[in-house]
Write a new protein. Sequence first.
Length: 318
Amino acid sequence: MHKYLISVVVPVYGGINFLDELCDRLNKSLSSITSSYEIILVDDRSADNPWNKIHEISETNNHVKGIKLSRNFGQHYAITAGLEHSKGEWVVVMDCDLQDQPEEIGEMFNKALEGYDIVFGRREHRQDSFLKKLGSKMFYKLFSYLTETKQDGTIANFGVYNHKVINSLLNMRENLRFFPTMVKWVGFKSISVDIEHSKRSSGKSGYSFKKLLKLAFDVMLSFSDKPLRLMVKMGIVISLLSLIYALFIIVRVFLGINGLLGWPSLIVSIWFSSGIIIFILGIIGLYISRIFEEVKSRPLYIVDDLIDKTIEIGERKK
């Protein structure tokens, strides 16, 4: 049973200045579709403390609900918290900085009603800096290669999702969350529509280069074992090269060709082999660390406070 037709889940981090306009535009966009909707703002405990603003908005807007996490868990964990508390037959996921425009929801929802379970918003013309777009493009190309899947860097979180897609996604209880890839993994009938992507009017993204780099490594290790297979191939190639070089030395001896003792090349080869071994052990160690995180079975997030009388504090799926 679904209490609402549409639920909108918005992770909030560093976006306190956008919330008034965001909720106003969401109300206008959603009310043109239905009166049965909810807006779930998930406070991921950013430094600007948006919880008071969420409280203020909810007092005058009955459609707005709030979830305050106990600490900063990260964007995709905040999305998970919002999804688990959503009660809509259809769920919209979007960012809070208004680069995802609420006015695009109507077009995506109408496309979903044509028989699609997932409608992705494709940012054909991203309004981001050159470096951010370049970094994103490189990340998705490398991610596509390592996971042997087709990843589209123009598609992020913004989209319309049927409740059965969300339920399937929530059954995936792995510790590392990356919403776009998890949605693609569960399957179902999907389509992408072009949307207008806006510039960020103020502030900056919560993703620093360091955070993006960590996310890239975590996602690649969690969704693919290809790095391990590449290490096996590298080991085979190095072994073959060593065998060829050994045969070369043997042939030189039989031909009576005497050369200088190859101490420099020997030292270099030892250092090279040692570096490869340490690198491989490091990759294995990272996979083991992911296993270590999973077996602890800690909750994906912890709720500190809620603005919704129908939800009890601490309620979550296990």
